[in-house]
Design a protein around this ligand. Structure first.
Ligand code: ADP
Length: 269
C-alpha cells in the first residue's frame, strides 16, 4: 500500500512538472507553427523537395502543439477530445512518417487481420471513439521503441483487426473485459526483453536507454486505460517484441450478430 501511495505521489509531481514544461513549450511552438504555415506564401517558388520538407515541418510542429495540449489536458486529468474514426487512418500516418525517417535497414510491414490468430470478423474495421492525438502518441511511442530495439535493422509489422473478447478469452488472458475491440499489434524483430524487464517497462522512469526518459510506455498505458482499453506484451530475448493494444470498438447490432461464436475465426484459414 505504501508503494502504491509513493507511486501515486510520484505520478502527481510528474503531472505538475509535465504541465509546467508543456505550458512553456507551447509558447515556443506557437510561433514555429505560425512561421511554418506562412513560409509557402512568402516562398512561392519552392521545388517539390523543399515543399515536402516544409510540409513535414508544418505537420510535425502542429503535431507538437497537439501533444503539448494533450499533456496539459492529461496532467489536468481530463479525457481529451473524442472523435469517431478508424484507427487505420492514424496508423497509416505513422507508417508514412516512419518510412521517411527510420533507418533504411528497418522494413515496415502491414499485416492483415488474417495473420492474427484471434476471434476476428472479416468485415470492415470497426470504428473507435478516441482522442486522435493521444492514439497517435501511443502508436508513435511503440514505433520509436521498436526502432530503438533494432539497431542492426529488422522488421516492424503493424496490423489491425476486429476482435470479440468472450469469457473464454478473458479466462485465458485475464483482460480486457468482454466486448468488441479493435486490436492493434506492433511487432518487431529486435533485441527483446527479459521477464524481469517486462515487469518494469510500464513504470515511469524505467529505461535502459542512454537518453531515454522511461516515460513512453507509462504514457501509453495511461492513454490506453483512459480509453477503456488494455495492453499485452510478449517478448523474447534476441527474437523480438509484440505489443497488443485493445481499444473498445463501436459496432452495430449486425456486427455483433456476425461475430457470434459460430463465425469466430479459428486462426487457421
Ligand atoms: P524509453 O523509450 O524512454 O526508454 P519507454 O517507457 O518507452 O521509455 O520504454 C521503457 C523501456 O522498455 C526501454 O528503455 C526498453 O528497455 C524497453 N522497451 C520498450 N519497448 C521495447 C521493444 N520494442 N523492444 C525491446 N525493449 C523495449
Amino acid at each position: 500500500l505504501e508503494q502504491q501511495f509513493l507511486r501515486a505521489q510520484r505520478l502527481e509531481s510528474l503531472g505538475s512538472l509535465a504541465s509546467g514544461i508543456a505550458h512553456d513549450l507551447n509558447n515556443v511552438l506557437t510561433p514555429i507553427v505560425g512561421a511554418a504555415q506562412l513560409l509557402p506564401m512568402t516562398l512561392p517558388n519552392l521545388d517539390d523537395r523543399n515543399r515536402r520538407l516544409l510540409n513535414m515541418l508544418v505537420e510535425s510542429s502542429k503535431r507538437g502543439s497537439g501533444l503539448v495540449k494533450q499533456i496539459l489536458t492529461f496532467a489536468r486529468g481530463m479525457d481529451g477530445e473524442r472523435t469517431t474514426l478508424q484507427v487505420r487512418h492514424i496508423l497509416a500516418e505513422i507508417i508514412s512518417v516512419a518510412r521517411q525517417t527510420f533507418p533504411k535497414s528497418i522494413v515496415i510491414l502491414t499485416g492483415s487481420a488474417n495473420e492474427i490468430q484471434v476471434n476476428h470478423t472479416s468485415e470492415d474495421l470497426w470504428m473507435v471513439s478516441v482522442d486522435a492525438t493521444q492514439i497517435h502518441q501511443v502508436l508513435m511511442n511503440l514505433f520509436v521503441n521498436a526502432r530503438d530495439a533494432m539497431p542492426n535493422g529488422g522488421s516492424l509489422t503493424a496490423s489491425t483487426a476486429n476482435i470479440v473478447i468472450d469469457a473464454d478469452y478473458v479466462a485465458r488472458h485475464g483482460q480486457p473485459p468482454v466486448g468488441a475491440y479493435i486490436l492493434m499489434t506492433i511487432a518487431d524483430t529486435g533485441i527483446g526483453m527479459t521477464t524481469e524487464m517486462l515487469d518494469r517497462i510500464f513504470d515511469p522512469f524505467f529505461t535502459t536507454k542512454q537518453t531515454g526518459t522511461g516515460l513512453g510506455l507509462s504514457t501509453v498505458q495511461g492513454i490506453v486505460k483512459a480509453h477503456g482499453g488494455a495492453i499485452e506484451v510478449e517478448s523474447e530475448i534476441g527474437r523480438g517484441t509484440c505489443f497488443k493494444i485493445y481499444l473498445p470498438a463501436i459496432h452495430s447490432k449486425e456486427a455483433e450478430a456476425s461475430a457470434a461464436p459460430a463465425d469466430l475465426y479459428d486462426g487457421k484459414g
